[in-house]
Design a protein around this ligand. Sequence first.
Ligand SMILES: C[C@H]1O[C@H](OP(=O)(O)OP(=O)(O)OC[C@H]2O[C@@H](n3cnc4c(=O)[nH]c(N)nc43)[C@H](O)[C@@H]2O)[C@@H](O)[C@@H](O)C1=O
Length: 330
Amino acid sequence: MKKALITGITGQDGAYLAQLLLSKGYNVIGVTRQTDSFAFHRLAYLGIDKKIEIAYFDLTDPKAVLACLEQYHPDEIYNLAAQSSVGQSFHIPQETFSFNTMSVMNLLDGVRQFDRKIRFYQASSSEMFGNVSFQNLPIRESLLFHPVSPYGISKASAHWLTVNYREAYGIFTTCGILFNHESALRGENFVIKKLINTALKIQAGKAETLTLGNLAVSRDWGYAPKYVEAMWKMLQQERPGDYIICSGNLSTLQELLLKVFDQLGLDMGKHLRLDQAFMRSLDLGVIYGDNTKAKAELEWEYNLSTDDLIAQLIADEREWMAWGDKNKEV
Ligand SMILES: C[C@H]1O[C@H](OP(=O)(O)OP(=O)(O)OC[C@H]2O[C@@H](n3cnc4c(=O)[nH]c(N)nc43)[C@H](O)[C@@H]2O)[C@@H](O)[C@@H](O)C1=O
């Protein structure tokens, strides 16, 4: 039985990836610093909270990382732990940068010291590219990084650390450069989750207003459960590489907002407010990617249109909210 260590197990991607690996017969160990039971609500929702062994420690402590590797000796490590909010990274830049780089350094160096045959996946991000000129769209793996947020800068550093351990020590390390990927398990501060969750509450008479920031941003939005499949595929290849994982579809936030309000029969004029507080010091205008390499080399499939995505997210959110109502104590 293969053993996988997933850091960031309590987040959206950690939960879906754990579900996928369990379905493939893996023994899954999840790493987290959080001890309150609410932290595990995503795993409970998927019905897998009792199937995962949890290791509680801080990834910024190199001794604790090495001890964990020695204790569990995983075949594969999926490093998903991060301060993942771009907006928040402008308010807590030191914490974002130090956690998002030192955690990766400690894991990679732990692998180097303990067992170089352990395979390592790093969660890189489209935020590393920053604002891209029109002729460089759609973004491919070869494009130079020019991040424009403390988060993007931390992810670019972590990305190059991961490449360096591959080149310097021959360790099988791979980076998945993921564009925005959404689901009902997304944190509530991310915009698509906030939009759909609030719109459903407005429809049910449980909320009155949706407050957003910049609606003009264009992004490549995708469905998270499909994206974790690519993470697993990356670690099953003969040779390690870095892959863009995206939908290839481009929409403005305003277009998505209109589609959601339209599907739920809501009046924008009545329920939408704009607030400067949700605008960023620097934001990405238009960004979308080219997933050709992932589709060809990993045989990764992604066929959802933006309309399919919205319909799926609304259906999933309804199920998630109903589960939350029934499991208030979780
Ligand atoms: C690939 C990347 O994807 C995610 O980062 P993100 O793109 O910043 O995601 P988000 O949902 O916070 O913002 C998307 C856009 O929506 C705009 N926006 C407008 N109004 C609100 C608003 O009210 N809230 C938020 N959060 N954003 C808003 C906001 O200004 C931004 O342009 C993370 O997974 C990250 O870890 C990652 O790697």
